[in-house]
Design a protein around this ligand. Structure first.
Ligand SMILES: *Cc1c(COP(=O)(O)O)cnc(C)c1O
Length: 490
């Protein structure tokens, strides 16, 4: 199986090249030439396996040139004692036809761990397979959770360095503390004045700067990405859609072969796209419901066929979804239309900040996706209601998805079994969760939430305020390049 860029189908890459490079040289994203199918026999076997076993089976379909032994090793390293739940990604049912897929039992308490505990395994193996002798420097722009998850995944991994840019005023206190106290000898962290899109644009500028690349190469480095533009990030995420389906069936609440609805709190469109790939492989999915906060560019896109980022940016209580340019949408558009059309859309997005897809593409999107958005006020209301009615505590991102699923069901009458993809521990956003529960947060919000909910504070968050702050540097968008060069000369 070969890979190609969303902007040029003709040029082929191995999966190792795609993962090592992160972004295609023409600025496009890597995608596989074809999506492999899961046969019904294979699907039946998945039912009997644990998360690790399922991960090996699904990932191996995309990773030609990797042995089963290799994959088993990767999986045991990525999904082991670093998770605080044996099932790794458990389903929690609140009703017969509604379950939360909890993807936040990893070391940073957000779903990014599902991919970023795996990516370093895939990346270091890919570097060996491609014969790359230089050190890789991972550059990350984060809306809050990716940065910490990438730092945890790559800290002290041989042959790698990692540098993270976060929007100075766009992340929660806990998110910032998690990053600036990061341990490890190969890590760097820097705040950026502006929002996530500024940080992401800045990182893309560094990536496409040939002078920087040449200079770093001389020093024995090359740049790669741990953002969800990297195929090695998306791939591990396909697994949990299959796993959730299997667990639903095993719980006796879904008949094998029946369609399941997934509602996904969405920012960069990576998580939901991984689900869509699972569906292309044969997973029976009735609908993907794309849930946004007040940054509802995707809701409008799925309703109208026009993607228009010319709108004001809202800072919300679900900051990991405060995004106006959803990079991974490019992969979906490529699957539905081809490289020439994608180049045209992306050119329009660059020059006008908007594009409208063809009727054909729009029809396909409408067939697979529904969409909705949710204000901060409604997000909080949802957190409180579910806590009071079902004794289940959601974080602010998960609550957006839950509310949007309720709206979708009310509007369409679709009562099929559904999964709300739960992307963060409520403790990671304790202040806003407390506020939603009607409590003013004290100076110790974690303890307070623990007392209020009766749930334990996740271990990785429990001593954050006692750790030393190692990074307090900040930069404007144009200074980011210099920060990277400086980091790599130390
Ligand atoms: C990153 C993130 C999202 C958005 O996921 P995408 O793959 O960018 O769509 C949602 N919730 C949380 C908690 C996140 O960290």
């Amino acid at each position: 199986m070969k890979y190609h860029s969303t902007r040029n189908t003709g040029e082929k890459y191995t999966v190792s090249e795609a993962i090592a490079r992160g972004l295609a040289p023409d600025g496009g994203l890597f995608v596989p030439d074809e999506i492999p199918a899961v046969t019904s026999k294979e699907f039946g076997e998945l039912l009997t396996l644990d998360y690790r076993g399922r991960a090996v089976r699904i990932m191996s379909k995309f990773l030609k040139g990797y042995t089963n032994e290799e994959l088993e090793l990767f999986v045991s390293r990525a999904y082991g004692k670093n998770f605080d739940h044996d099932e790794i990604a458990p389903l929690h049912f609140t009703e017969d036809n509604t379950a939360f897929l909890e993807l936040w039992h990893g070391p940073t308490c957000a779903f990014k761990d599902m991919a970023l505990q795996m990516l370093p395994q895939l990346l270091t193996a890919s570097l060996k397979k491609t014969g790359e002798k230089r050190m890789v420097c991972i550059l990350v722009a984060t809306s809050g959770d990716t940065g910490k998850a990438a730092l945890e995944g790559f800290k002290d991994v041989e042959g790698t360095k990692i540098f993270v840019f976060y929007p100075k005023n766009g992340v929660s206190d806990i998110q910032r503390l998690q990053m600036v106290t990061q341990e490890g000898d190969n890590v760097g962290v820097c705040g950026v004045t502006g929002n996530f899109d500024d940080a992401q644009t800045g990182v893309k500028m560094v990536f496409s700067d040939e002078e920087v690349a040449a200079k770093l190469s001389e020093r024995g480095y090359f740049l790669s990405s741990a953002n969800s533009i990297n195929w090695g990030r998306l791939l591990p995420q396909i697994v949990y859609y299959f796993s959730a389906y299997c667990d639903y069936v095993n719980a006796g609440r879904l008949k094998m072969g029946d369609e399941l609805v997934f509602c996904v709190p969405t920012g960069n469109f990576g998580n939901i796209l991984a689900g869509w790939y699972a569906a292309q492989m044969g997973l029976p999915v009735g609908k993907f419901v794309c849930a946004s906060n007040e940054n509802n560019v995707l809701t409008d896109f799925i309703h109208t066929g026009t993607y228009d980022k010319n709108r004001s940016f809202h800072q919300t209580i679900s900051p990991s979804m405060d995004i106006l340019v959803s990079s991974n949408l490019e992969r979906l558009l490529h699957s539905l239309s081809g490289d020439e059309t994608v180049r045209w859309y992306m050119q329009k997005l660059g020059s006008k900040g908007k594009y409208t897809v063809s009727q054909n593409v729009f029809d396909s999107i409408r067939r697979d996706f529904a969409a909705g958005c949710c204000t901060d006020v409604d997000t909080k209301k949802a957190i409180r209601e579910i806590f009071e009615d079902k004794n289940y505590l959601m974080d602010t991102h998960t609550a957006v998805a839950y509310k949007v699923l309720c709206d979708y069901r009310a509007e369409t009458g679709d009562a099929r079994p559904a999964v709300v993809v739960s992307t963060a521990s409520p403790f990671k956003f304790a202040t806003d969760v407390l506020d939603a529960l009607g409590e003013a947060a004290s100076v110790r919000p974690l303890e307070q939430l623990c007392e209020k909910s009766g749930l334990p504070i996740p271990v990785p968050l429990s001593d954050l305020d006692k750790r030393t702050v190692r990074f307090d540097d900040t930069a404007g968008r144009l200074e980011m390049r210099r920060k990277v060069e400086k980091f790599l000369s130390e």
